[in-house]
Design a binder for this molecule. Structure first.
Ligand code: ATP
Ligand code: MG
Length: 239
């Protein structure tokens, strides 16, 4: 049985999809079988960040409504052995979505993959409860902003309430030169906010932004410092 991990955040735009894409690709490069699941119902992005937008025939809505099987909905990433995408729905409601439906889907995926990495919604919307069901752990992504930290902490507490015991936070879009100058919250401030451990730090880097827009995981450049960083994060989280 594999492990299901939810990537969540308090605020939108902090980098959940970026982290999902690159952590998923890194885990695949390390030999794991991984399915990236886009839980942003009706506003999907993972397909774009992976450059697989033209390959999607069926999505989450089709699976949950019984229109197609899980197998048919999975898109294989040809660049990374063992990496698959289950795309979110785009511009259509996922009718009758309940935690029970989601629980059944996650169990099926955990039977097939070592890691089920879910790109979750931001904030504490109605379907956070659905997104978090049967998740073995959660990574709350934050940026070095007081607003992001406060909202991230809210989501962390909500996830605890829902029953996700194993949680950590990951800091994205860090500009190291701003730390320690009382301009933005630094790592010490963040450790004071979160009761959970920190999974890692990802720098703000325009190359990440460019890769997202060009549809490839930045960790594809294996000798880059970013690939090394994601490798360390993967090692810390998954051993
Ligand atoms: N480390 C980084 N360096 C530079 N740009 C980044 C970094 N991480 C993310 N971005 C950029 O920030 C924006 C938001 O990232 P992303 O879509 O991953 O966030 P998100 O949390 O998934 O957003 P949403 O809440 O809308 O789903 C994108 O333009 C992305 O390219
Ligand atoms: Mg996103």
């Amino acid at each position: 049985m594999g492990e299901a991990v939810l990537i969540a955040s308090g605020k939108g735009g902090v980098g959940k999809t970026t982290i999902a894409t690159n952590l998923g690709a890194t885990l695949a490069l390390r030999g794991a079988s991984v399915v990236l699941v886009d839980l942003n119902m009706s506003l999907r992005n993972l397909d774009l960040y992976l450059g697989l937008e033209n390959e999607i025939l069926f999505d989450m809505a089709d699976v949950l409504s019984g229109l197609c099987s899980i197998s048919k909905s999975l898109v294989r990433d040809p660049r990374f052995q063992g990496l698959y995408l289950l795309s979110g729905a785009q511009c259509k409601e996922v009718a009758g979505l309940t935690p029970a439906h989601m629980a059944a889907l996650i169990v099926q995926l955990k039977k097939r993959f070592d890691v089920v990495l879910a790109d979750g919604p931001s904030g504490v919307p109605e379907h956070l409860r659905c997104a978090a069901v049967n998740m073995d752990r959660a990574i709350v992504v934050v940026t070095p902003d007081h607003s992001s930290l406060r909202n991230g902490d809210m989501v962390d507490k909500k996830l605890q309430e829902i029953g996700v015991e194993n949680r950590c936070y990951l800091v994205n879009k860090v500009i190291p030169e701003l730390f320690g100058r009382n301009i933005v919250p630094d790592l010490e401030d963040m450790a004071g906010v979160f009761a959970t451990p920190m999974a890692g730090v990802v720098s703000y880097d325009e190359n990440v932004h460019i890769a997202n827009n060009r549809g490839y995981p930045i960790v594809s450049a294996r000798d880059s410092y970013i690939a090394g960083n994601f490798d360390r994060i993967a090692q810390k989280l998954f051993g």
